[in-house]
Design a protein around this ligand. Structure first.
Ligand code: ADP
Length: 303
């Protein structure tokens, strides 16, 4: 059983010719509202890949919150622990995308901010009964820490995708079994810029010294650097695909990786499975609409 704790956002995406300047109003050429948020994206990836997954999250008790919950159920996710809160809006991301494919994003945490330590305590039993707990950093840090402590007491494996980038207390890192930072996040956590194999291993060693057994640094189209404590790491290359956008690539990688590991796959095949799922996601636009189902990943791997 997998438990994911994290954020849900309603992404409001407006495609524009150029970003508006202060005081300027511009018309977009396309608008979409799609569900995102790192927690939800990873839960959707795990659910669609066939994991037995419970998602711990807070939504507003509003139209968007109810729609988000209904959507998550169709993605094979147990939503019984999701709380719909009356006096706060569901998390929102306002995203402008320009013609170059660059984006500017403003986020309102909204109900995600109510995922406090009391919420974690209320749902502690779900964490205790899990085999693995996967988290990110769009939820309050003290809640992430509390959940990791509860998991550790019961020998539940703790996986942290430390995104968005921020420095983290050693107290939290010492509770983590598997960490999956990208290059920017790695630099925030270790002070080391990953430019080659040697610096990747140095950064991994810093994280091993903080108590983390498995370090997986994601390197975009290059794949990942995987390092297990006390052994030399290596690159596992990504699949070559034509990228449309990389939104939710990292999230898909994380949800798929844990799904494969919980099925009993060993680390290398699990990483290949996650690379395949993420590769499919980068060939499609948006966050959750781009996340593949299991049969698509299996077909990709055998073709
Ligand atoms: P994030 O999106 O969190 O910054 P990365 O960009 O490192 O994470 O990508 C995470 C994973 O997504 C990679 O390890 C790889 O599996 C996949 N991926 C990302 N970009 C590409 C790409 N251009 N082609 C193929 N796979 C990709």
């Amino acid at each position: 059983k997998l438990v994911i704790l994290g954020s849900v956002n309603a992404d409001h995406i407006l495609n524009v010719a150029h970003f508006p300047l202060p005081g300027e109003t511009i018309s977009g050429n396309q608008f979409q509202m799609v569900f995102g948020g790192k927690g939800a994206n990873q839960a959707v990836a795990a659910g669609r890949c066939g994991a037995n997954i419970s998602f711990l999250a807070c939504l507003g008790n509003d139209d968007i919150g109810k729609k988000a919950k209904a959507q998550l159920i169709t993605d094979n996710i147990d939503t019984n622990s999701i709380e719909l809160i009356d006096d706060v809006a569901t998390g929102v991301a306002l995203i402008f995308v320009n013609q170059q494919g660059e984006n500017v994003i403003g986020i309102h945490a909204g109900a995600n901010g109510r995922l406090d330590t009391n919420y974690v305590q209320r749902h502690g039993n779900i964490i205790k009964e899990a085999d693995a707990l996967l988290m990110q950093l769009e939820s309050p840090l003290d809640s992430v820490l509390k959940a990791a402590e509860i998991a550790k007491q019961e020998n539940v494996q703790v996986i942290l995708n430390p995104a968005p980038a921020q420095a983290l207390p050693d107290e939290l890192l010492s509770l983590v079994d598997i960490i999956t930072p990208n290059e920017t996040e790695t630099e925030y956590l270790t002070g080391i810029k990953v430019i080659d194999d040697e610096s990747a291993q140095q950064a991994a060693d810093v994280l091993h010294h903080k108590g983390i057994k498995t370090v997986i640094i994601t390197l975009g189209s290059r794949g990942v650097w995987i390092s297990e404590k006390n052994s030399q790491g290596c690159i596992v290359p990504a699949f070559k695909v034509k990228a449309v956008d990389t939104i939710a690539a990292g999230d898909t990688f994380n949800g798929a990786l844990i799904t494969a590991l919980l099925e009993g796959q060993s680390m290398m095949p699990a990483i290949k499975f996650a690379h395949a799922a993420a590769a499919i996601a980068v060939t499609r636009a948006g966050a959750q609409p781009s996340v593949p189902w299991r049969h698509e990943v299996d077909t990709f791997l055998t073709s």
